[in-house]
Design a protein around this ligand. Structure first.
Ligand SMILES: *Cc1c(COP(=O)(O)O)cnc(C)c1O
Length: 366
């Protein structure tokens, strides 16, 4: 018997969520964002699942982009940070990859390399992370035109507050001011913007988190209410059950102290599987389909859950509280990753991306 923890990946759910993007942004092309190993879901399988429905793939990592080309993925591939050294540039031509240029040395390098490739120019409209200023943008356009090395130019920007109260209005104003007089295609919206602000849809949208079935603004709207389905379900089993007395402590540091007699379960899942160590007592978990809470500190390979008030399962005299072998869902089907992330003070993005290589992956497509 192998260790019971596994991540079930539902590719039909991924396509369902992609169809939601199509429905919401019905006049835009779709860059499916599959950076960071498709947010921990597996970049090759995710790309395979979407290749017949999406318009392009967006990555950070050039090695993943080349791996997609080698298995025959034909769609455009956009690299969000472009290249980090000039010597990577020939790969963009060889493998037909589109770089995002965000800084002046990249423009110099592109012109010096005499490549003729489609490019994206990233503008800083208020995030103040990467991107050209208004003056730089004017200068870059003139230089690219003189050099004749851009097969096409698309303008992109990224929103800092699409999921928050500030929204996108200020950045949209800044963008309009910067692009005034240029009729270049635009790519603006991440998941939050595409769901909240139709005016951001433009030519290409760039959804990431919503494809994986989590909400980009869980405090406002659940994934389910947005019509999204979880792709990843992290599940395991109870490998231990014990009764403890009032005053007993649970786990490292004894941070949880029982105030009354309790029944607890030990789950084969820990931070070395990608479960967040900082998830406090009270983080939601499903045991045999019943919602309960974690207890004490998460260990490397295990965590503890409260079985005290769970209903008995089974019939008549054999009915019992959940026993060793009972299925435990850490997040996914039946327990939104957003609920777990919120309890742990993080976001579903981080939970997904942290899924550890030692977790067995089971892929389904139905
Ligand atoms: C990651 C990323 C996205 C996707 O964002 P989500 O919030 O996951 O939809 C879009 N655009 C850029 C530039 C990104 O880095």
């Amino acid at each position: 018997m192998s260790r019971p923890i596994h991540a079930r990946l539902d590719w039909a759910a991924l396509r369902h969520n992609h169809a939601r993007v199509r429905q919401v942004a019905n006049h835009s092309n779709i860059w499916s964002v599959i950076k960071a190993n498709a947010y921990g879901h597996g970049v090759l399988s995710a790309a395979r699942a979407l290749e017949d429905v999406t318009d392009g793939f967006t990555l950070i990592e050039i090695d993943s982009a080349i791996a997609l080309r080698k298995v025959g993925i034909r769609q455009p591939i956009l690299l969000l940070e472009g290249f980090y050294q000039a010597d990577e540039l020939p790969l963009f031509a060889e493998w037909e990859l589109t770089p995002v240029l965000h800084t002046l040395w990249q423009v110099d390098a592109l012109i010096a390399a005499k490549l003729h490739v489609p490019i994206y120019l990233k503008l800083d409209t208020g995030m103040h992370r990467l991107g050209f200023t208004a003056d730089e943008f004017t200068q870059v356009l003139a230089r690219l035109e003189a050099a004749g090395c851009a097969a096409s130019i698309t303008v992109m920007t990224h929103f800092a507050d699409a999921d928050e109260d500030r929204g996108i209005a200020e950045q949209m104003r800044c963008l309009r001011a910067m692009t005034n007089g240029h009729a270049l295609p635009l790519s603006l919206a991440n998941s939050a913007a595409l769901l909240r602000f139709p005016e951001s849809h433009a030519d290409w949208v760039r959804p990431g988190i919503m494809l994986y079935g989590a909400s980009p603004f869980p405090a406002r709207q659940s994934a389910e209410s947005l019509g999204l389905k979880p792709v990843m379900t992290l599940a395991s089993e109870l490998i231990g059950v014990r009764d403890i007395a009032a005053g007993d402590r649970v786990g490292y540091g004894g941070t949880f102290v029982a105030e009354q007699p309790m029944r607890i379960g030990i789950v084969a899942c820990g931070y070395a599987d990608g479960y967040p160590r900082h998830a406090p007592t009270g983080t939601p978990v499903l045991v045999g389909g019943q919602r309960t809470r974690t207890l004490g500190r998460v260990s490397m390979d295990k965590l503890c859950v409260d079985l005290t008030y769970l209903e008995k399962v089974g019939d008549g005299e054999t009915a019992a509280t959940p026993a060793i072998g009972t299925k435990v869902t850490l997040w996914g089907e039946g327990l939104p990753a957003d609920d777990v992330a919120t309890a742990a003070g993080t976001v579903a993005y981080e939970l997904f991306c942290a899924l550890a290589p030692r977790v067995l992956v089971i892929e389904v497509d139905e």
